[in-house]
Design a binder for this molecule. Structure first.
Ligand SMILES: Cc1cc2nc3c(=O)[nH]c(=O)nc-3n(C[C@H](O)[C@H](O)[C@H](O)COP(=O)(O)OP(=O)(O)OC[C@H]3O[C@@H](n4cnc5c(N)ncnc54)[C@H](O)[C@@H]3O)c2cc1C
Length: 692
């Protein structure tokens, strides 16, 4: 197969050209990742030497980079919204779209470069060219698929965040193979030769089978179909791509087989590394220290306790975990005695210093529902009982990475419902940094994470469906606030604001796993049918912020407003208060009782408990508990206005919340003209929505 003429590379060179482009893109992303890491070390060391604004670029080189990043972030996070009746249809972000369009452009150029498309005698040549360009794409698809992801390690992007590119690359491969097949058919059609080829040319029908399997893979990987029965999807996906690889192998000439062997190698590399990680994390013999300390016995290292929580949520706790992790990471957890042959990703809600690995798992319709049922059935049974709530579990991981948040001047966390499992450990990590700073722990080593924190200001927002959910993290949040108060006595520059919003607006708390998941409700009040409620209780803290000098007695800080009158409406203009966007500037105003039934039981905050009948706990009084949905743009803006350097916005929750925050950050970056001479500093945005 050679075709070089008039400056056109030979056929076998085209895969190399494709990889020259893809490799350059990965190279640039790797350089950006290395630059970010260097910036982190530089900021942390500047903070250690007493620099007052370590997160603010000062030299022309860093100012230029900050401006470049600001423009790129603003453009790449932008996504157009099309109003459809009373709903908004969100298009994918410009960043994602441009990556895929760039891939398609490269593929199309490589497929057709140097050909006269009107020349019917060139159709077969074009078909062959498309075939080799298709082969070049196999390694990329496999590189993007693994959990132990080489591209991920180089670029600092976690496997689950690369998964959508994996799917789109497969669609691009389908496009290329369709053109490949189409040009052969177009070449043979004038002679009625297609049928003969299909009957007699074995190479031909092997290719057609591979193409048909690829169509099936692309179709079955679409979001609603993939989510329908995830375990079945994974199984058939493995079988389908084995068939695809097999038929492609026998369809292609030997010189192209390298593009088959590389993916096969990548697949087994990932599986072997995963296997080794699973063995290390789950076999107790690999952890002799914990065994000799009596923290582990028997073969298996991980035993977990299942506790039912309000809102069909299960708290799963592994004591003395055999592995360490960084806040924000997740593991794949399986418990074969409850849910055989399944493993699900869950974010670790604790930090390593706790000595436990904790997860909060919302019951969906599959394995997570069975976890909850088990927790309900066994709750309160003794450990020695046959149906004990303690079970042997297996973990795989940890996976996931994000830029260390301690390097940012100000950090805004926004979480919806179980999204707090992601943001709370990150909040606690910053607090840990403040503790290290106050205690002047400055261990310097190239290979250790620097101690301390650049961060001065943190705003933590958690949106929940009812006050019952607040109990999930009441203890952790209260402990954070108490620790902060102690730290602030020694370091007056730090500031923490914590607010919990109780809202009945599902787009901020519930994931809608439907075909229309990218349709969101506009940010307006709701005037639907109301269910008047008697005797509701609303709580609010005495002040919305923790930026104060004096301590407050926890019990004094909580006010209870009760009502025994039937409420027809509790928000403005006939809306429900817990669905309307809160007027952030006036959150300390007294709130009316909620009328929609989102907070149905008149509970006192002192009744909020981490488990259904576990120990009772109070939330710290300086945590604002507000009825209504937050106004992310206002919250982020107020944080940015006081920032003395680059800020980070971290959001984790349903698509609705994540999309709103993305749009708000884009708009604020534009409005404030970040790094465009106004003095406004950069905004780093990290989004998580618990899905691939
Ligand atoms: C990185 C990450 C972190 C997560 N952290 C948490 C957390 O801390 N708390 C929490 O409650 N949920 C978390 N989730 C979501 C959680 O993994 C799913 O809700 C859970 O796997 C659903 O299991 P199920 O069998 O009950 O699901 P089903 O009801 O069968 O399906 C519900 C949805 O979950 C998806 N899903 C099912 N199994 C898997 C799987 N093995 N891997 C990926 N997706 C799957 C399906 O595609 C479907 O969209 C996280 C997800 C990811 C990707």
């Amino acid at each position: 197969m050679s075709m070089g003429s008039m400056g056109v590379p030979t056929l076998n060179d085209f895969p190399k050209l494709y990889w020259a482009v893809v490799g350059s893109a990965i190279g640039v992303a790797t350089l950006v990742n290395m630059f970010n890491y260097m910036l982190y070390r530089q900021r942390m060391s500047a903070a250690g030497t007493g620099h007052t604004r370590p997160a603010k670029p000062s030299s022309p080189f860093f100012i230029f980079n900050a401006s470049l990043f600001a423009v790129m972030r603003e453009a790449s996070n932008f996504s157009a919204r099309i109003p459809v009746k009373s709903r908004l249809f969100r298009l994918p972000t410009v960043g994602r779209t441009s990556l895929i369009v760039a891939n398609v452009v490269v593929i199309v150029v490589l497929c057709f470069y140097g050909f006269d498309l009107n020349d019917r005698w060139k159709r077969e040549d074009i078909a062959y060219r498309c075939g080799v360009v298709a082969m070049a794409q196999f390694p990329l698809i496999f590189l993007l698929a693994g959990k132990n992801n080489i591209i991920g390690y180089l670029t600092g992007v976690s496997h689950e965040r690369l998964n959508w590119i994996h799917r789109w690359c497969a669609r691009c491969l389908l496009l290329t193979t369709t053109i490949h097949l189409g040009y052969f058919f177009a070449d043979w059609a004038p002679y009625n030769y297609i049928g003969t080829q299909l009957r007699e040319n074995t190479l031909m029908w092997k290719g057609v089978v591979a193409w048909a399997v690829l169509i099936w893979i692309v179709f079955s990987s679409m979001t609603p179909i993939r989510g329908w029965c995830y375990e079945l999807f994974v199984l058939q996906h493995l079988v389908s791509f084995s068939v695809l690889i097999g038929f492609t192998y026998i369809h292609t000439p030997a010189e192209m087989h390298i593009y088959i062997w590389i993916p096969v190698g990548l697949f087994f590399f990932d599986r072997v590394v995963r296997g080794l990680r699973v063995l290390y994390a789950n076999i107790s013999f690999f952890h002799p220290k914990q065994r000799s300390a009596g923290q582990m016995s028997g073969l298996w290292a991980c035993k977990a306790e299942f506790t039912p929580l309000p809102h069909k949520t299960t708290r799963i706790v592994i004591r003395n975990p055999p592995i360490s992790w960084t806040p924000g990471q997740h593991v794949f957890l399986s418990c074969h005695s409850i849910v055989p042959l399944q493993s699900h990703p869950f974010t670790i809600a604790s930090i390593p210093q706790d000595g436990i690995m904790e997860f909060l798992v919302k019951a969906e319709t599959g394995g997570t529902k069975r976890f909850f049922r088990h927790a309900e059935k066994t709750h309160g049974l003794s450990v020695s009982s046959d149906r004990s709530c303690i079970k042997t579990v297996a973990i795989e991981g940890p996976y996931g990475c994000l830029r260390p948040l301690r390097q940012f001047d100000s950090v805004v966390f926004l979480a919806g419902s179980t999204g707090a499992t992601f943001t709370i450990p990150l909040l606690r990590d910053i607090l840990q940094g403040w503790k290290e700073k106050v205690n002047s722990e400055q261990e310097k080593s190239l290979f250790r994470s620097p101690k301390g924190a650049v961060t001065r200001h943190v705003r933590f927002v958690w949106v929940v469906k009812s006050k019952g959910q607040l109990g999930w993290f009441a203890e952790q949040l209260s402990a954070v606030c108490s620790d902060f108060e102690t730290l602030r006595e020694k370091n007056r520059t730090i500031k923490l604001e914590v607010a919990v919003y109780v809202t009945c607006d599902d787009s901020f708390t519930e994931e809608h796993k439907s075909l229309l998941s990218n349709i969101t409700s506009p940010n307006i009040g709701f005037s639907g049918e109301k269910k008047p409620q008697r005797g509701n209780v609303e709580f609010r803290s005495r002040t919305p912020s923790l930026d104060k000098n004096d301590k407050i007695d926890p019990k004094e800080g909580i006010e209870e407003i009760t009502s025994t009158t039937e409420a027809a409406t509790c928000g403005p203009n006939g809306t429900c208060c817990c669905r309307t966007t809160v007027d952030e500037a006036n959150t300390s105003d007294a709130m009316a009782p909620c009328c929609c039934g989102a907070n149905p039981s008149p509970r006192s905050l002192s009744q909020l408990s981490p488990s259904i009948s576990g120990p009772k706990s109070l939330v710290h009084p300086i945590i604002s508990v507000i009825s209504g949905r937050p106004n992310p743009r206002y919250i982020i803006r107020t944080s940015l206005e006081q920032a003395l350097g680059e800020s980070a916005v971290v959001v984790c929750g349903p698509q609705g919340l994540v999309a709103d925050v993305k749009q708000d950050v884009c708009a604020l970056s534009d409005e404030r003209a970040v790094h465009k001479g106004t003095g406004a500093q950069g905004i780093y945005l990290h989004t998580e929505s618990f899905g691939y």
